[in-house]
Design a protein around this ligand. Structure first.
Ligand SMILES: Nc1ncnc2c1ncn2[C@@H]1O[C@H](COP(=O)(O)OP(=O)(O)OP(=O)(O)O)[C@@H](O)[C@H]1O
Length: 279
């Protein structure tokens, strides 16, 4: 969890030019708070057709990295581009409409009595809580279609507060997809789910990952078991620094994961699923 997010746009400037296929581009990026480096010297490129998992222990800087990619945090050093816009020199409010974000912090702001369809539909206005009276019928149709895609279409008229944790997670992802984002950022989407709910979510995310029309994806997790099939790349963090990054199979070695988590680990792969345990 990371605080101190950007309160608003600092004033729009002309967009800078970077490679159009680069969705996220961080060059020597660091974020400091009260003299402490939350992340440091991060070089990272996410391309249009890539699905990344960001792994690391508690406090490693995963959420900080995700908030940078979401344009919700300014780097205190280095240069960050997201969807071709330089963070700190662009209208972040406009940028945010192009990014689907699902985090526990955002989820906490969803009113318990909000109708599930409205939880999804309100993403189009980047608000939580239905404060506008009229939405396009097409928005409602899209919201329900997304809920169906995530396997929770039957809950469209329920109050959000009555859903199980697993159902809520899926609604949150449907909400993140509502604006047809170019980048989808998921912070620990399987946290707090039982085994069945986790496996169901992993399967839904795999479907999304394999969909060539789906946005670039970045998923933060603590557990290799939660990596959905179809994910292509991994970045390992420890104490704000990158331990390894690149293609999943190259990065998810016992050596790298042991370094990242600070204990000797055995890593196994079974088909397109991963598992890790203490050596
Ligand atoms: N505003 C802040 N001021 C000082 N330290 C902060 C601030 N926000 C985050 N931190 C610290 O920065 C470090 C990285 O936090 P971050 O939330 O990015 O880690 P994380 O890898 O997502 O952790 P977790 O897995 O526990 O959610 C943590 O040690 C956290 O306490």
């Amino acid at each position: 969890m990371t605080g101190d997010l950007i309160p608003g746009a600092p004033g729009a400037l002309a967009p800078s030019t970077v490679d159009a296929d680069l969705v996220v581009s961080l060059d020597g990026v660091g974020v400091k708070r009260s003299g402490t480096a939350l992340v440091q010297d991060v070089d990272w490129r996410v391309e249009l057709d890539e699905r990344w998992v960001v792994l690391g222990p508690n406090g490693a800087g995963k959420t900080t990295l995700l908030n940078l990619a979401a344009g919700r945090l300014y780097p205190t050093s280095g240069v960050a581009h997201v969807l071709g816009e330089r963070i700190g020199r662009t209208d972040v409010n406009e940028l945010r409409t192009r990014i689907g974000l699902s985090t526990a912090t955002l989820a906490e702001r969803i009113p318990a009595d909000e109708r599930v369809t409205d939880v999804v539909v309100t993403a189009a206005w980047s608000v939580v809580g239905r404060w506008r009276e009229s939405y396009d019928r097409t928005d409602e149709v899209r919201a329900v279609a997304l809920l169906r895609q995530l396997g929770v279409g039957h809950l469209a008229d329920r109050a959000y507060g009555t859903l199980s944790e697993g159902e809520r997670k899926r609604v949150q992802i449907a909400r993140a997809l509502m604006t047809d984002p170019e980048l989808l950022l998921l912070d620990e989407p399987a946290a707090g789910l039982d085994l069945g709910a986790r496996e169901d979510l992993v399967a839904r995310l795999a479907e999304l990952a394999y969909d060539p029309d789906a946005p670039a994806m970045v998923l933060v997790t603590h557990h290799v078991e939660e990596i959905p099939p179809g994910f292509t790349h991994a970045l390992l963090l420890r104490e704000g620094g990158v331990v390894a990054q690149g293609l999943l199979a190259d990065v998810l070695t016992a050596d790298n994961l042991s370094k990242a988590f600070g204990l000797p680990l055995v890593v196994t792969r079974s088909g397109d699923r991963w598992a890790a345990r203490a050596a």
